[in-house]
Design a protein around this ligand. Structure first.
Ligand code: NI
Length: 137
């Protein structure tokens, strides 16, 4: 039996967002999201850590082709999010309040079918030095 390992790939993107829930009043939104409700948004230097779990291929010695993985993450996520406003510029975030929680789930939905073979194990989206979310599908 080939060994099963988890590998991680760290990527980075810079983006703006505004947290605002349309079903709440402006006062309620301000109370709930505070600075993050700023009308014109604010920015983060995000890090996205993609974790892949699978068996080591006995021929290649790898779980996944890292160049292919890098290309998938770049085309599906980084190109679409880097230097963008998450409330306005991203097709797959349309109508979504871009909290880290909602964004990590939306990223999973973009990456999982592209990576395939049940290899995507976990995503970690780091929003600030102190805040991160994890998602396992
Ligand atoms: Ni924020």
């Amino acid at each position: 039996m080939p060994a099963t390992v988890i590998l991680t790939k760290r990527t980075r993107f810079c983006a703006a967002h505004r947290l605002n829930c349309p079903s709440l009043t402006p006062e309620e939104n301000l109370r709930l999201y505070d600075k993050c409700n700023n009308e014109n948004g604010h920015g983060h230097n995000y890090q996205l850590i993609v974790k892949i779990r699978g068996e080591i291929d006995p021929v290649t010695g790898m779980v996944i082709n890292l160049n292919e993985l890098k290309k998938i993450i770049k085309e599906r996520i980084i190109v679409k999010l880097d230097h963008k406003h998450l409330n306005h510029d991203v097709d797959f975030l349309e109508g979504i309040n871009p909290t880290a929680e909602n964004v990590v789930v939306a990223i999973w939905e973009q990456l999982n079918p592209a990576i395939g073979d049940n290899l995507l194990y976990e995503l970690e989206l780091i929003e600030t030095e102190n805040n991160a979310v994890f998602y396992r599908g």
